[in-house]
Design a protein. Structure first.
Length: 89
């Protein structure tokens, strides 16, 4: 499973191709119900999934501009450092 994520994630962030893919796919799914006539449930599902996928792509793109690693495992190191500090008291 870890090898699968290595294809999508590079240096703690989504690869640029997948950032663009997620953002454009999200916008497409948001606009799809306006382009074709679909039922209410399918419209709600398309808009909901499109918003989530687009948000992930946009979040990753903004994080790469700011050089933030949102999909990194560094929080584990931080948790371990707090445990070491607590044991001293």
């Amino acid at each position: 499973m870890n090898k699968l994520f290595e294809h999508f994630i590079e240096n703690g962030n989504l690869r640029t191709f997948y950032q663009w893919l997620f953002a454009t796919l999200g916008v497409f799914l948001l606009l799809l119900p306006a382009m074709i006539e679909v039922g209410e449930k399918l419209k709600f599902l398309s808009i909901s999934i499109g918003a989530v996928i687009g948000a992930i792509g946009g979040y990753a793109a903004r994080a790469s501009v700011l050089k933030i690693r949102p999909f990194d495992n560094s929080y584990r190191k931080a948790r371990e450092s707090y445990k070491k500090d607590d044991s001293k008291n």
